[in-house]
Design a protein around this ligand. Structure first.
Ligand code: NAD
Ligand code: DAU
Length: 337
């Protein structure tokens, strides 16, 4: 039987890739995308679905109780991607993070409970665990978030857990590592570096550039979400990592190398406050469900870089916007002097 699903934040990076992935995979299902279109939401990310009657866009806020209830009433399941998602912005000011990531998740959970949706899938992050130096987190590790963004995501997860235990809501959570791929807003490191390098602008490396991140191609994240939504055990969380660890200098060099740009573009700048040293996930639990990434490290970076090379107008429009220019000045003005 065909289903109608609510995707929140579907006009952002991962949400838009997920909507495309899902409708291609399940041609009989329908998706309602509820998105506030903050600076990070871009209708162009899904313009290929403008005339597709399986897809409906609703411009609105997940904190709007009435709107959320009216949409959830028509849906079989909810995927909550909507969030303020950038750590550096959360350091500049955390109010919107608490509002959207925590209160917005509460509003969605409450509507999902009232309308007894079959599944509520919370898109979470490896950052909820904090920072580690050795080994890898499994899902039993305590949540020890260290910045306002990750604290807001951990708080949201606590509510999801409570709604499962208290109200029996059929929840699942996925905690993914750093996604890369098409349509990522160029405030995040990888698209920032690619687009700056294309324009021969400096690549700002925070601190000593030795902090480690694990990179996951966005389509592989989408396939894991699909699997956990359909096969995951209610009340459980699943790590989704790419097992592609690299430090900041290595990431910058790989991008410069593929674009044929000089290493002199690399510029060490003042560190991020509370900079997490390393994230690493043990993804054995989701692999046991049958998931494995389809794209390896080199290929995921190669495809990502090529997409930005081929889609200059997409990111040039963003980089010319007032929001982006103001943010860039605030974040990097002093750092890049
Ligand atoms: P993004 O910033 O690119 O997109 C967020 C989307 O949410 C935007 O379209 C924005 O307009 C929308 N939005 C924000 N506030 C809203 C509100 N109040 N109501 C409705 N819509 C709202 O984010 P992303 O990188 O695609 O991340 C998506 C989700 O995945 C987030 O929950 C994030 O925490 C999680 N996540 C991201 C990564 C990553 O590497 N990017 C990794 C793990 C988990
Ligand atoms: O791990 C999952 C998380 O990955 C997601 O939950 C977040 O939504 C997503 O933004 C991302 O968070 P990070 O903080 O890891 O990503 P970001 O691209 O901001 O930074 C990656 C690393 O690069 C980090 O060590 C900080 C460093 N960095 C970042 C920027 C923007 C720099 O050295 N220079 C920069 O200019």
């Amino acid at each position: 039987m065909s289903k109608t699903l609510l995707v929140t934040g579907g006009s952002g990076f991962i949400g838009s890739n997920f909507v495309r992935y899902y409708l291609n995979r399940y041609p009989d299902d329908r998706i309602i995308n509820l998105d506030k279109l903050t600076y990070a939401g871009n209708p162009a990310n899904l313009s290929d679905f403008d005339d597709d009657d399986r897809y409906r866009f609703v411009h609105g806020d997940i904190c709007d109780v009435e709107l959320v209830e009216s949409l959830v009433a028509d849906c079989d399941g909810v995927f909550n991607f909507a969030a303020e998602s950038h750590v550096d912005r959360s350091i500049l000011g955390g109010a919107e993070f608490v509002q959207t990531d925590v209160y917005g998740t509460y509003v969605l959970l409450e509507a999902a409970r009232k309308h007894e949706v079959e599944r509520f899938h919370q898109i979470s992050t490896d950052e909820v665990y904090g920072s580690l130096t050795e080994g890898a987190w499994d899902e039993g590790f305590p949540m020890e978030p260290r910045n306002p963004y990750s604290a807001s995501k951990a708080s949201a997860e606590m509510l999801v857990r409570a709604y499962h235990i208290t109200h029996g809501l059929q929840t699942v959570v996925t905690r993914a590592s750093n996604n890369i791929g098409p349509y990522q807003y160029p405030e995040k490191r990888v698209p920032l570096y690619i687009t700056n390098a294309i324009d021969d602008q400096p690549l700002p490396v925070y601190g000593n550039g030795l902090q480690i991140r694990d990179h996951l191609f966005v389509d592989d994240h989408c396939s894991a979400i699909d699997l956990v939504f359909h096969e995951g055990v209610a009340g459980e969380a699943y790590n989704v990592g790419g097992e592609n660890e690299a430090n900041g200098v290595e990431v910058a060099r790989a991008i410069l190398d593929q674009l044929g740009k000089p290493e002199s573009l690399l510029q060490f700048v003042e560190d991020r406050a509370g900079h997490d040293q390393r994230y690493a996930l043990n993804s054995g639990k989701v692999r046991q469900l049958g998931w494995q990434p389809a794209v390896d490290t080199e290929e995921s970076m190669r495809r990502t870089i090529q997409w930005y090379v081929d889609n200059e107008s997409w990111w040039r429009d963003i980089k010319a916007s007032d929001d982006y220019l103001a943010y860039y000045k605030r974040q990097y003005g002093e750092r890049l002097k």
